[in-house]
Design a protein around this ligand. Structure first.
Ligand code: SF4
Length: 219
C-alpha cells in the first residue's frame, strides 16, 4: 500500500484531474503559476493575520474587510492565527513538519472557548460555489489536536462579499466525517499503487499548467 501525504487542496486537485495531480505534485514537471487573484488572496490573508494577531492596522484598501474581521476579533476565547495542524497515519496529532505526517492543513483563525471552538477560513474569491468540505477536515484536525473541544462552528468568510457560510460539527460525529474522505482517499491510494493517473478533461484544460497533456488546448 502506497504511503502518501495529503491536504484538502491536494485531494481536491486529484479529484479534479488525477493526471494534473501526478504531473505537478508527484513528478514535479510543472508548477502552478500564481495568478493575480492568488497573489491578492495571499496579501489579504497576510493583512488579516497581522490585524487579528498583532493589531496591525489594515491598509486603506483593506478597510472594507474591517467590520467582518472585527466581529471575529470580538468573539471571546483564545485566538490562534494561521494555526498549523497535522495528523499521522494513525490519525494522531503530530508536528506540521513531521516526516510521518499523513494529512495537514492551516486554519486562518481558530478561537477556542472551553469545549467550544470557532474556525474560520478567509476567502477572497466568489461565494457562488462555496466548498464547505474543507471545513470538515479542519474540524477533524482541531478535534484531534484539542481533546477538550466538543463542538466546532466553522465558517468560510467571503471577505469581498461580507458573507459567511457556517457549519457545525460535533466530536461524536468524527467517524462519520472521516468516512466522507474515504472514497477519494482510496482512489488516490489506488492511483499510487497502480501508477495510473487518468486525465479528466474539462473546459478548464486551457488554463492547466500541464502542457504536455493531450487535452491541453495548445495541443
Ligand atoms: S490539460 Fe486537462 S486533462 Fe490534462 S492534465 Fe490538465 S486538467 Fe488534466
Amino acid at each position: 500500500m502506497a504511503e502518501f501525504t495529503w491536504s484538502y487542496s491536494s485531494l481536491k486537485q486529484y479529484q479534479n484531474c488525477p493526471r494534473q495531480y501526478h504531473e505537478i505534485r508527484v513528478l514535479k514537471n510543472y508548477t502552478v503559476k500564481e495568478s493575480e487573484a492568488m497573489i491578492y488572496g495571499k496579501e489579504v490573508h497576510k493583512a488579516l493575520e497581522e490585524y487579528v494577531r498583532d493589531g496591525v492596522e489594515l491598509a486603506k484598501n483593506y478597510q472594507r474587510f474591517k467590520s467582518s474581521v472585527d466581529a471575529l476579533v470580538n468573539v471571546p476565547g483564545k485566538k490562534l492565527v494561521e494555526y498549523e495542524m497535522a495528523l499521522n497515519y494513525r490519525k494522531e496529532p503530530c508536528d506540521f513538519k513531521d516526516p510521518n505526517r499523513w494529512v495537514r492543513g492551516i486554519a486562518d483563525l481558530v478561537i477556542i472557548d472551553g469545549d467550544y471552538a470557532f474556525v474560520v477560513d478567509y476567502k477572497t474569491g466568489s461565494n457562488r460555489y462555496p466548498d464547505p468540505k474543507q471545513l470538515r477536515l479542519m474540524a477533524l484536525m482541531l478535534f484531534t489536536h484539542f481533546p477538550e473541544i466538543q463542538k466546532i462552528k466553522a465558517g468560510l468568510l467571503f471577505v469581498m462579499k461580507n458573507s459567511f457560510l457556517t457549519e457545525e460539527y460535533l466530536r461524536q460525529d468524527m467517524d462519520k466525517s472521516w468516512k466522507m474522505f474515504e472514497v477519494p482517499l482510496k482512489r488516490l491510494e489506488n492511483s499510487y499503487d497502480n501508477d495510473t493517473w487518468t486525465p479528466n478533461p474539462t473546459p478548464l484544460c486551457g488554463w492547466c499548467p500541464v502542457k504536455n497533456c493531450e487535452f491541453h488546448k495548445e495541443k
